[in-house]
Design a protein around this ligand. Structure first.
Ligand SMILES: *[C@@H]1O[C@H](CO)[C@@H](O)[C@H](O)[C@H]1NC(C)=O
Length: 265
């Protein structure tokens, strides 16, 4: 439960949106809104290099078709790394799509998409990223939905050298977001608002007080965390029942053969 006055967001700043993004209740909540003129976004002041990062998010309720809410870790520059959640809105009563991707040194094209086993607009749910030298795990309410293991021995690059900030933003993407662009944003429903609370980062920060070089491993169990058998089972359950797109099975996209991680995994 949120304790009033808990400043989860002291290390964040609203970076764009002309007042459409707000840090509220002494840092207990952030809201990001989108209307016809603009979306909005925030970012962390810290750059993280490995960590376990949790955020509770309540997505745009009602008719959110055409809107995209992105929530991701990213480094800077052409050869950037990125760990990406994007939430693609939908018409009332139709499921949201959770779109995930992963860039290593500038190379992405690793999309997996999911539906959820609950309505992400009626309450807060926890979206987590575990990132350590062994693995990257995307989770929803502690249920892993996607894992990208370190497969450097199979010549697959893994993000481990570049610090990443945490970003979120909401924008209009009705050219493609909902049913391939068929469904347009209904501006009579604006503003479209996503809400964030209970941010926690058990993480190493770049240049900050909690770099991994300065604290012992036993203080950061997430640095060696991997999925246990129960978590593996949950991951399989999600991938079997809720995954709606997997680049590793989309042969049309890769006529010259799948990327190496598809065969290694
Ligand atoms: C929206 O709902 C339709 C119909 O259930 C579904 O096929 C689609 O995946 C949903 N999400 C998006 C982003 O279109």
């Amino acid at each position: 439960m949120a304790v009033p006055g808990n400043n989860y967001f002291q290390d964040f700043e609203i970076t764009w949106g002309g007042g459409r993004g707000k840090i509220l209740n002494n840092g207990e909540l952030i809201t990001l809104s989108l209307d016809k003129d603009s979306g909005s976004g925030f970012e962390s002041k810290n750059e993280y290099l490995f960590g376990k990062i949790d955020m509770q998010i309540k997505l745009v309720p009602g008719n959110s078709a055409g809107t995209v809410t992105a929530y991701y870790l990213s480094s800077q520059g052409e050869n950037h790394d990125e760990i990406d959640f994007e939430f693609l809105g939908n018409t009332t009563g139709e499921p949201y799509t959770v779109h995930t991707n992963l860039y290593t040194e500038g190379k992405g094209e690793r999309e997996q998409q999911f539906h959820l086993w609950f309505d992400p607009t009626s309450d807060f749910h926890t979206f987590s990223i575990l990132w350590n030298p062994q693995t990257i795990v995307f989770s929803v309410d502690n249920t892993p939905i996607r894992e990208f293991k370190n497969m450097e021995t199979k010549m697959v690059k893994f993000p481990k050298n570049q610090g990443m900030k945490l970003y979120s933003s909401i924008w209009n993407a009705d050219q493609w977001a909902t049913r391939g662009g068929l469904i347009k944003t209904d501006w009579t429903q604006a503003p479209f608002t996503a809400t964030y609370t209970n941010f926690t980062a058990n993480a190493c920060t770049v240049g900050g007080g909690s770099s991994c070089a300065s604290s012992a491993d036993e203080n950061r169990p997430w640095m060696s965390e991997i999925l246990d058998p129960t978590a593996e089972e949950k991951l399989k359950w999600v991938q079997k029942n809720y995954m709606i797109y997997n680049y590793c099975t989309d042969a049309k996209r890769f006529p010259l053969g799948f990327p190496p991680e598809c065969n290694a995994a």
